[in-house]
Design a binder for this molecule. Structure first.
Ligand code: FES
Ligand code: FES
Length: 151
């Protein structure tokens, strides 16, 4: 086992992990259960977390590589997640919800990185986030509406 130091949702944590353990496993083992497993191969984006504010696929990111970095999961941005979820609800984009934690984190990162993104920029930013319910149109409208009011 190796000891890594992470700041998760603003709290300093020390985790003992296997050298070949991925962040998805480490986070779920420590009860960050909003982080979901999908393809397990960097293809669907459902395991997305933020590493120093940038979205990454936690299923293929070794936990030891994250040593010393900041990780954000949906548990750490509850208020923002509820606000985004309201917009999803208004657009009927709240289907099974399995992709929503990853989507919320990606939208949160986009809000910080892009100023008034165009439709194309929004689509490009979300290209790695697949929704198996294919609610893309409603999600897009909800995200656009959220970005217009979010500060
Ligand atoms: S579970 Fe990580 S990208 Fe699909
Ligand atoms: S809402 Fe079901 S996977 Fe996206």
């Amino acid at each position: 086992m190796l000891r890594v130091q992470l700041t998760i949702n603003g709290y300093k944590k020390e985790l003992d992990v296997k050298p070949d353990e991925y962040l998805l496993e480490s986070l779920r083992k420590n009860n960050y259960l909003s982080v979901k497993k999908g393809c397990d191969s960097s293809s669907c984006g459902v395991c997305t977390v933020l590493l120093d504010d940038s979205p990454i696929a936690s299923c293929t990111y070794l936990t030891v590589k994250a040593d010393g970095h900041e990780i954000t999961t949906v548990e750490g941005i509850q208020k923002e997640a509820e606000l985004i979820a309201d917009f999803f609800g208004k657009e009927g984009a709240d289907q099974c919800g399995y992709c929503h934690p990853s989507l919320v984190l990606t939208v949160y990162a986009m809000k910080k990185e892009l100023v008034k993104p165009s439709d194309e920029e929004i689509r490009a930013y979300l290209v790695g986030n697949l929704c198996r319910c294919s609610g893309y149109l409603g999600q897009h409208k909800a995200i656009k509406a959220y970005l217009e009011v979010a500060v």
